[in-house]
Design a binder for this molecule. Structure first.
Ligand code: AMP
Ligand code: ZN
Length: 311
C-alpha cells in the first residue's frame, strides 16, 4: 500500500473517531458506532428500503442472525472461493484439566486455538447466504419467482487501517430468485441504475464498475476473469480515501444458476432457478457521506439533508 493511501486512511479513521462517529475497539476493522453515525446509517437504510419499493412485488422480509450453519458455508462453496475471508466459531469443550491448560495459555498470552473445538456454526459472509436453502426447502419456485429482503451483520477477515473496510459490517440485500436467466439479470441491471440514482442523489460521486470477488489462489484468478468476462458482478463505487481506487458502496450480482444448482432450487417444470442479489454496505455509504460532505452533518448540503431526513 502506498504511503499516501495509508495516510489518507489513517487521517479519515482519526477524524471519524475524534468526532465520536466511530468508537474504536483497538482491533483494526472493528468499531462501534456513535449516535450520529448510527442515525445517518438508519436513514440511509430507510432510503434503500424506499428505493426497493419500486420492485412492485413486495419483498418477503427475512431476518437472520449473523451466524449460519457451518454446513451451509461449506455447501455454498464459500470455502473454495474465499477461504481467507471466512470466519468460523470455535468453543471450549474440554475437561477440567484442559481448562487449566487453557487458562495458563490465556494468562501467558499464548495461542489456545487448539484447545477449542470447531462448532456447527460460522459467521455470515454475505447477508443472502441463509436465503437459498430456505427457498429450496419450500419446494418448486412459485410462478414469477421470489424476492427476499435480508439485512445482516457480515464478517470478513480483512483487518485494515481503512475505516471503510470493516471486519464486521451490515449489508442490506435484495435477493431475486428468478425462473430464468433474463429475469435475474434484468433485476440486477435495474438495481445498478436505481442504486446509482440513490447514491448520486446523496451527492456522492458514484460510478458503476465491472468487478470481481477476491477469489483465493491460482484457481481464483480464473474465477475472477470468468466473473468479469461474463459481466456477473458490478459495483457502485465512490472515492473515499483514493480517487484511483474508489470503494464499493454496493454490489449487484448475477449468480447464474450457481445457488440454484447447489441448493436444488427448481421451477415447477424442473428447470433450475437463477439468482441475483444487490447489497448495500450501509456503514460504507455513511462513511462516504462523511468523507464527501464533512464531519458535521449540520453543514451537509441542504438537498442531501432533505433527502435523508425526509419525513
Ligand atoms: P460484496 O459481497 O463483496 O459485493 O459486498 C457487498 C457490499 O458490502 C460492498 O459493496 C460494500 O458496501 C459492503 N462491504 C463489503 N466488504 C466490506 C467491508 N470489509 N467493510 C465494510 N463494508 C463492506
Ligand atoms: Zn448476495
Amino acid at each position: 500500500m502506498s504511503d499516501d493511501l495509508l495516510n489518507a486512511q489513517n487521517d479519515l479513521a482519526r477524524a471519524l473517531v475524534e468526532a465520536r462517529l466511530l468508537l474504536p475497539s483497538g482491533v483494526p476493522g472493528l468499531f462501534g458506532r456513535g449516535t450520529v453515525l448510527e442515525d445517518v446509517i438508519e436513514r440511509i437504510d430507510a432510503l434503500v428500503v424506499r428505493t426497493a419499493e419500486g420492485d412492485g412485488a413486495r419483498a418477503e422480509r427475512w431476518r437472520f442472525p449473523p451466524i449460519l450453519p457451518r454446513a451451509l458455508l461449506e455447501k455454498s462453496e464459500y470455502l473454495s472461493a474465499m477461504p481467507q475471508l471466512a470466519g468460523s466459531v470455535h468453543a471450549f469443550d474440554g475437561t477440567v484439566q484442559d481448562h487449566q491448560k487453557l487458562l495458563a495459555r490465556v494468562h501467558g498470552g499464548e495461542d489456545y486455538g487448539d484447545l477449542q473445538k470447531q462448532t456447527d456454526v460460522a459467521l455470515v459472509p454475505a447477508a443472502c447466504y441463509p436465503v437459498y436453502p430456505i427457498v429450496a426447502s419450500d419446494g418448486p419456485l412459485r410462478e414469477g419467482g421470489r424476492l427476499v429482503d435480508v439485512f445482516s451483520y457480515c464478517f470478513r477477515h480483512e483487518p485494515s487501517p481503512d475505516p471503510a473496510r470493516l471486519q464486521s459490517f451490515r449489508m442490506h440485500e435484495y435477493v431475486r430468485i428468478a425462473p430464468d436467466a433474463d429475469d435475474a439479470r434484468a433485476f440486477r441491471d435495474g438495481w445498478i441504475d436505481r442504486g446509482l440514482l440513490l447514491l448520486r442523489g446523496l451527492g456522492l460521486a458514484a460510478e458503476r464498475a465491472p468487478a470481481n470477488d477476491p477469489f483465493f489462489g491460482r484457481a481464483g484468478k480464473l474465477l475472477a476473469v470468468n466473473q468479469r468476462d461474463q459481466e456477473l458482478k458490478f459495483e457502485l463505487v465512490c472515492p473515499i480515501t483514493s480517487a484511483e481506487k474508489p470503494t464499493a458502496l454496493a454490489s449487484a450480482n448475477y449468480h447464474q444458476d450457481h445457488f440454484g444448482s447447489l441448493f436444488g432450487i427448481k421451477n415447477a417444470d424442473g428447470t433450475t432457478a437463477h439468482t441475483a442479489c444487490v447489497g448495500f454496505g450501509v456503514e460504507r455509504v455513511a462513511i462516504a457521506l462523511f468523507k464527501t460532505h464533512g464531519i458535521d452533518v449540520a453543514a451537509w448540503p441542504v438537498d442531501v439533508r432533505a433527502r435523508l431526513w425526509a419525513p
